[in-house]
Design a protein around this ligand. Sequence first.
Ligand code: 6CS
Length: 319
Amino acid sequence: QEWRFVVEETQGQVQYVYAQEFADLVSEKSDGALTIDVYEFGALGSEVDQVEQLTDGVVEFAIISPGFTGTLVPEGNIFALQFLFTDDQQMNQDILNESEAINEHLAPLYEEQGIMPLSFWTEGAMQWTGNSELRTPDDFDGFQMRTQESPLILESYSAYGANPTAMSWGELYTGLQQGAVDGQENPIFFIADANFNEVQDHMTISNHNMYVTMTTANPDFYNGLDDDTRGIIDEAIEEMRERGFEIQEEQNNDFLSQIEDDDENPTEIYELSEEERDAFRELALPVRDYYRENGGDQAAEILDMLEQEIEDASGEDIG
Ligand code: 6CS
């Protein structure tokens, strides 16, 4: 058997390393009978093209970020809500692993659209970069913010007064360089590895949200597998939960110094205080109501349930 696995990142980046290790595990467990070829970002098109390749069965596996499926599965916009999850990434990953809201209620909505989530996982906390300082909501006034496709990500930045524009990350370096957009959000490893710091003067440690992605399979393919083969896939997915967390944690830790030490392209790094984060949190809260109303039939129920799960896990009132 030879299957295809497409990811949204390039060689060496978190999703690619994850997919390669997943492929190795599946090969080992099947004594070499099952082979998975990993396709890096750009090999088969844009992130949105890749969603279609999975639903069409052109590829068997894909890593798909909910940020690119917001119109297909409106309830999946939930991950665009800023300041919803905790600041503890390990706790967030545990919530993703165990959440009934996500795994029992949201996942089937993806499956109906031809995307079968096998696991939801974090690629780390996201930070802002800009060609100007981003410390208060006023700094976002009229700011041209690049985002992924999902309507709620755009809505979240509109709430800060920004002018968000959706764009593939394949065009983002040039977009920042030529001033088509002023800034963007991503985990530190990605900012550094995609060299966005070369074309940005400021980075704000905002931890305003975590980057969530999904390991997915084409449902017809997955459901058509015999029990033994499906068992191998499921085992490999389970083993990759912890590994995926380690891969992103390591890269996010290691790459900060690459940005700090790049003397040719200096970046001013500023960490928001809790008070400064509160000013954004306050503007982000009403976006949850927007999600409840516009995030599809099950949005309100899924968000209520997830909020409760986050409060139970963290022991904190999250609004
Ligand atoms: O900003 C983006 O669109 C990209 N960021 C990450 C961390 N992974 C892939 C995604 O397309």
